[in-house]
Ligand binder design. Structure first.
Ligand code: ARG
Length: 515
């Protein structure tokens, strides 16, 4: 009896083992199958990374972030009518395209340096003082105001879209104070997380995945909007231009929202090395990507207007969520998910660019050296990235999205204007320089005039404290420049600080560019 039992057990053990081996085999096959597909996907994205297509997705992916999801309401409020609002979204796109085409010379000539070197060189040989000082002020404002405010706006947008579906799901309506605290908390977490995100090698692959996420949200909104349009939901669009704003100040303020949504194109400066035939592909990528983004932005606004009333759009913090709730029913979670992914991708790209700019400025001897140092192993510029995130967090605390966007728009308009002045000057001082696209000189002149109006009109119409901060900061930059940069006096305690940060972050000077 016993031996039979043993026999049986051995037998069933044997059976069990065969089953187990089969399962293992099956598992092994599944893993191999998946791995092959992962490899194909990786190669696919690698292939994407060099061609024209990748240039276009990169520009679109960096530009589309939070703007179209958070500034639609303020743009509509300032425009006063759906008609003018749509026109302004389109005009902002054209304005950005024209500005970018002018800037192309610098993109392809100075691969990772952007406007900074452009300013440095425009007035260079003749004006040894003016060029470097303009470059310095640009860097100063970019490093301390523009980049951190970008991180703050993105983080706050993340918080708004992250918390909204959760709060709705648990049916919890926090009071104003709680909302304020919750937003700050989530935004801070977002800003901190991205510092870590950034340092992961292969962030470009991650970036591609984020781009897919944001394109998904956009496709859903545009598709849904067109569907509703087909069903005849045109009531809000029929309002047309009724009630349009007529003051320059209001229109310029509306423009700031657009400038934010279209900003970020210049991050492409940083991938020209990876781009096949940049002289051909870079201009083409811009010429394709900007109109594509413009069409997307206009269609998204049409979509908002088919489903939501202008009042709903203006009063909503999370207009895309409201759109999703009205259209998608139980699948509405897809929208906040897509927006959050979109914002993560853009924050990643923004911090990446922030690091590069500081690196170049440091190398030129216009900022403390340690800002240009990179991690000895990862080769990433940790110090400027942390600085940007930290300043971003400080701006999150008192600021709200709308005033931060005004702040950003005002600061960026000053440099748009200055860049056009530099470009016009260069047309005369560096006549025979090769440019991939030679635009007629009237275009930079138009962009310069529009930018100048964008700077002056909002101040004249309704001066805000944030405009004053920007001007104050520029003046502070000038005061700082003379002793510490022009006369090269060293900052008190700077060598101690440099060594401290070197040890803390394990960063070293480099003569090579980081990866
Ligand atoms: N256009 C992006 C958005 O709508 C913001 C990009 C910010 N990054 C930058 N480098 N300016 O969220």
């Amino acid at each position: 009896y016993n031996s039979r039992l043993v026999g049986l057990t051995v037998n069933s053990l044997f059976l069990l083992e065969t089953q187990f081996l089969r399962v293992l085999d099956c598992f092994d096959r599944v893993v191999k199958y998946l791995w092959i597909h992962v490899k194909i996907l990786i190669n696919f994205t690698a292939w994407f990374q060099v061609g024209l297509f990748s240039g276009v997705t990169l520009i679109v992916g960096t530009m589309i972030g939070s703007g179209i999801f958070v500034s639609a309401g303020s743009l509509l409020a300032n425009a006063g009518s759906p008609g003018l609002c749509l026109v302004l979204w389109g005009v902002c796109g054209v304005y950005s395209l024209l500005g970018n085409l002018n800037n192309l010379k610098l993109n392809s000539n100075y691969i990772i340096t952007g406007e900074y070197i452009y300013f440095l060189e425009a007035f260079g040989p003749t004006h040894k003082f003016f060029g470097p000082i303009l470059a310095f002020i640009f860097a100063w404002v970019t490093v301390f105001l523009i980049n951190p405010s970008s991180v703050a706006i993105l983080s706050l947008s993340f918080a708004k879209y992250f918390s909204s579906p959760i709060l709705t799901a648990v049916n919890f309506c926090p009071d104003d104070y709680l909302t304020y605290v919750l937003d700050r908390l989530l935004a801070t977490i977002c800003a901190i997380t991205f510092v870590n995100c950034y340092s992961v090698k292969g962030a470009t692959h991650v970036q591609n995945i984020f781009t897919v996420g944001k394109l998904m949200a956009i496709a859903i909104i545009i598709g849904g909007g067109l569907y509703y349009l087909g069903l005849g939901y045109t009531e809000n669009l029929e309002i047309g231009f009724e009630g349009s704003a007529s003051s320059f100040g209001q229109i310029a303020t509306a423009f700031y929202g657009g400038l934010w949504a279209y900003s970020g194109w210049n991050n492409l400066n940083f991938i020209t090395e990876e781009l096949k035939n940049p002289y051909r592909n870079l201009p083409l990528a811009i010429i394709i990507a900007l109109p594509l983004t413009t069409i997307c932005y206009v269609l998204i606004n049409v979509s908002y207007l088919t489903v939501l009333t202008p009042q709903q759009i203006i009063s909503s913090d999370v207009v895309a969520v409201d759109w999703g709730d009205a259209v998608l029913g139980s699948a509405s979670f897809l929208i906040p998910l897509g927006v959050v992914i979109s914002v993560i991708g853009t924050t990643n790209g923004t911090l990446f660019a922030a690091g590069r700019i500081s690196h170049v400025v440091g190398r030129e001897g216009q900022s403390p050296d340690f800002l240009s140092y990179i991690h000895f192993e990862r080769k990433t510029p940790i110090a400027p990235i942390l600085l940007t995130s930290l300043l971003g967090i400080l701006m999150i605390i008192p600021g709200d999205i709308a005033s931060l966007i005004d702040f950003f728009g005002f600061a960026i308009s000053i440099f748009y204007c200055a860049a056009m002045v530099a470009l016009i000057v260069m047309r005369f001082t560096k006549k025979d320089e090769h440019r991939p696209i030679k635009v007629p000189i009237i275009i930079p002149v138009i962009v310069m005039v529009v930018s100048a109006i964008l700077v002056v009109a909002p101040i004249a119409a309704a001066p805000q404290v944030q405009y004053f901060y920007v001007l104050l900061f520029i003046s502070a930059g000038l005061i700082f420049y003379i002793p510490f940069v022009y006369y090269k006096k060293s900052l008190p305690g700077i060598s101690f600080i440099t060594i401290f940060f070197q040890k803390l972050f394990q960063i070293v000077p480099t003569s090579h560019d980081f990866e």
